[in-house]
Ligand binder design. Structure first.
Ligand SMILES: [Fe+2]
Length: 567
């Protein structure tokens, strides 16, 4: 069965699942180059269909992760008159009427033909948080007979800001649901805005800054909802949010941001960030821990933008309350495209054991032949190396900055060794160096390590298996000085464990670096500059290379270096 999941909204995305396998998954921003792109994901859909070798008429199910009215689907898809709404969907009208019943819809130009659907195609509308939890539940690899707790937390989606779920035998049952007055995502976002950053996309800056300050309990009371024993005890009225459309994406303004900004000014930005982080962890713990108790389980799966908070994920793991912790590695709304498609698949195949997701390489790829043509057309000097990993490792050991472009692009917020900027983690100055001459971003931002699987445990204390950088862990004391560029202020690191069977070329590179330096670990940051999406194609990689202080570009088996870099 071919299921196309389409997320249309903040972080628009599309994913194609064929017989339960994720064939493609990509956010629209990677093609349009607008971070958090909010437009209809036409390019992402086109890529998914192309990757699956199918046309829109071959789709069996179009899965949409919202129960809200999105008539744009009736504009961009040519929906047959006689198409039947699915039994589970809430459509009362004929689908065609439903999708065309809103005035002022975009009118397509001649060259933008609506995508045809087969009369046999089903359209499924899946609740936003159900799609979030499905993304985590059906990729965790946990035996389906085991009872698992699912928790989803975000700003808001389908009038829900957090929900608690029981997952067993591929069935997902809702246990609790909280509305807008319970939103921890909005609290964090308001704090982000108060600090001068973008609500809905720059929350990670608050988290990065938090270890530099000291929490001040009580400071932000009255600005967040309070929970006890898994239940909301004090709602918070966030009021209406203003919408600010900026560079292709929606951003928001909350009424609390102004008074919170005054508080921030009075205590200093570091202590403010520390308190925001403390409050968020405290309240999320008060949702999750009691429900683990009530459900008598030690297995937890999570999704929703809140779980991008790697410090919270870390503390949850170190709480000792879990045997299994799985955060879907694309936990924000771009991950809904996969979630909604997986939900439809497993509703139709409830007896199947799902596999554990071990990679997110679901985007476009480019062959050496394609890369060579692009380099030649631009007259860029390049060299082909069969042993590109060994050669690149030598440049890294010389403490140079390498742009590393290989294979299929990663879905999700993290570069995982296919669209990465890499450097040695051995020199403490490298963090400032990359921030200043490549990423053009704030000094306090930490960088993360990719570690060869064999060396993983030596660097980290009590870490669980982490393939996707969705949690940080403490760095072993003896190791902190050996890899200072990837150790954060609080002596933690947010790792990617790299296995040869998952990413052979990247593993080989790290291993080669280890042979020279003694440390099988690299500083890995996403291949982009601040405020831009991760590069998708070779042209964008070349642009980023020449627009920044990257010393060496490795693209497929080709190596390009700046003129001031010796052989
Ligand atoms: Fe969400």
């Amino acid at each position: 069965m071919k299921i196309l999941g389409v997320r249309f909204g903040h972080d628009s995305a599309a994913a194609l699942i064929v017989d339960g396998e994720i064939v493609a998954d990509v956010a629209e921003e990677r093609f349009t180059r607008c971070k958090n792109d909010t437009t209809f994901p036409l390019k992402a859909i086109k890529y998914c269909l192309q990757a699956g070798g199918i046309s829109s008429e071959n789709i069996d199910v179009l899965a949409i992760p919202t129960t809200s009215f999105q008539p744009e689907f009736g504009v961009f898809f040519d929906i047959p008159e006689n198409i039947k709404p699915s039994e589970k969907s809430r459509l009362k009208l004929s689908v065609k009427t439903f999708f065309r019943s809103k005035p002022n819809l975009p009118i397509l130009p001649r060259y933008q033909k609506p995508m045809k659907l087969s009369p046999h195609c089903r359209i499924e509308l899946i609740d936003h948080h159900l799609a979030h939890v499905a993304s985590a539940a059906y990729t965790s690899g946990i035996d389906t007979s085991i009872k698992v707790l699912g928790v989803t937390i975000d700003g808001i989606g389908d009038r829900t800001s957090a929900a608690v779920w029981r997952i067993q035998n591929n069935q997902i049952e809702n246990l609790a649901r909280f509305g807008g007055d319970s939103s921890l995502g909005w609290f964090y976002a308001n704090a982000t805005e108060a600090m001068g950053w973008r609500h809905g996309s720059e929350e990670w800056k608050v988290m990065g800054l938090a270890p530099y300050g000291k929490p001040k309990p009580g400071l932000l009371k009255g600005y967040y909802p309070e929970f006890e024993d898994g239940v909301l005890v004090r709602p918070h009225n966030y009021g209406d949010f203003g919408r600010w459309h900026d560079h292709g994406a929606n951003h928001y303004h909350g009424k609390d941001a102004e008074p919170m900004a005054n508080i921030c000014e009075s205590v200093g930005i570091e202590d403010f960030a520390a308190e925001v982080q403390r409050v968020s962890e405290e309240q999320a713990f008060k949702i999750i821990l009691p429900w683990l108790e009530k459900e008598q389980t030690r297995h937890l799966v999570c999704a929703g933008g809140f779980f991008m908070n790697v410090k919270f994920n870390q503390n949850l793991w170190y709480s000792g309350r879990l045997d299994t912790q799985w955060v879907y590695p694309n936990p924000g709304d771009a991950g809904l495209a996969v979630g909604t498609a997986l939900y439809v698949h497993y509703q139709n195949n409830s007896m199947l054991q799902h596999k554990q997701l071990d990679n997110l390489y679901f985007g476009p790829e480019f062959s050496n032949d394609e890369i060579r043509v692009i380099l030649n057309d631009r007259g860029i000097d390049h060299k082909y190396y069969e042993n590109i990993e060994e050669i690149t490792a030598r440049y890294l050991a010389r403490n140079l900055v390498v742009g590393w472009f290989q294979g299929r692009m990663e879905a999700g917020p993290r570069a995982l060794g296919n669209r990465s900027i890499l450097m040695s983690p051995l020199d403490p100055a490298n963090k400032d160096l990359i921030n200043a001459k490549v990423k053009y971003r704030e000094k306090f931002r930490p960088f993360c390590p990719s570690i060869a699987a064999e060396a993983y445990d030596a660097y980290l204390r009590g870490a669980r298996e982490e393939l996707f950088m969705v949690s940080s862990f403490e760095v072993n004391e003896g190791m902190q000085n050996r890899i200072p560029a990837v150790v954060h202020k609080d002596n933690t690191a947010r790792p990617q464990k790299v296995y040869p069977h998952i990413n052979q070329r990247y593993h080989r590179l790290i291993t080669e670096f280890g042979k020279i330096s003694g440390e099988a670990i690299l500083l890995n940051t996403s291949f982009n500059i601040k405020g831009e999406p991760i590069v998708c194609n070779p042209r964008e990689a070349i642009k980023c290379f020449y627009d920044t202080g990257i010393d060496v570009l490795v693209i497929g088996n080709y190596l390009v270096k700046k003129s001031n870099i010796d052989e």
